[in-house]
Design a protein around this ligand. Structure first.
Ligand SMILES: O=C(CO)[C@H](O)[C@H](O)COP(=O)(O)O
Length: 223
């Protein structure tokens, strides 16, 4: 088993009969979805909301019943990967472009479990470029505003020659902060900028972090 699989499979053990769950996005979340799929074929009853069209396709492949938000007012559990996690369980997410749906699902879950291999554990956030989702309308002005405000490199995410478009029809700008001294402060500042829909800083949302290792071990940190 690889480390991502170890973490994903361990997280699936938190899923119990009758739960409504959130399915994350990415190569680590893939393994959690795969395991939950196995559990469903063994008789587990769950209903799920996926955080991306990719994860929705995966859930369908594994016969995990999908629901819409209008059918429930909260989720029991959400499981998702991360690009960076610090000792305070703060995260950078959005490498896969699904940060907005991921944050919505995480925020409306009673328990949010983050799964990762040990390469994602950092002393401070910011080496991974912070994804910021911005609206396409006048995005050039939003980008200019960000550049004027923060003296760090910003780059519009691309998909080939075109700008990358999220599942929500927005663009992503990746920001190389290097070291983010106060994730909470930056999170608040970015949210206040008109044109910014959401950013990949997850502060005060995570309940449990499961780190997987190649030898099959897991390290679990709880809030
Ligand atoms: O935030 C995400 C997608 O938007 C992913 O959870 C994050 O990029 C981690 O991905 P992976 O598990 O493939 O390393």
């Amino acid at each position: 088993m690889n480390a991502k699989q170890v973490a994903g499979y361990r997280a699936a053990e938190f899923v119990k009969d009758g739960m409504t769950i959130g399915l994350g996005t990415g190569s680590t979340a893939y393994y959690a979805i795969e395991k939950i799929g196995e559990m469903v074929s063994g008789g587990l009853q769950v209903r799920a909301i996926a955080t991306s069209s990719a994860s929705e396709e995966l859930a369908k492949k594994y016969n995990i019943p999908l629901i819409s938000a209008s059918e429930v007012d909260h989720l029991d559990l959400a499981i998702d990967g991360a690009d960076e996690v610090n000792p305070q369980m703060e995260l950078i997410k959005g490498g896969g472009g699904a940060l907005l749906r991921e944050k919505l699902v995480a925020m409306h879950s009673d328990k949010f479990i983050v799964i990762a291999d040990s390469s994602k554990v950092v002393a401070s956030l910011g080496q991974f470029k912070l994804p910021i989702e911005i609206v396409p309308f006048t995005y050039e002005w939003t980008l200019k505003l960000l550049r004027n405000r923060y003296d760090v490199p910003f780059e519009m995410r691309k998909n080939g020659d075109d700008l990358y478009v999220t599942d929500n029809g927005n663009y992503i700008v990746d920001a190389a902060f290097g070291v983010i001294e106060s994730p909470a402060t930056l999170a608040e500042e970015l949210k206040a900028i008109t044109g910014v829909v959401e950013h990949g800083l997850f502060v005060g949302i995570t309940d449990t972090v499961i780190i997987g290792f190649e030898d099959g071990r897991t390290e679990i940190n709880e809030k």
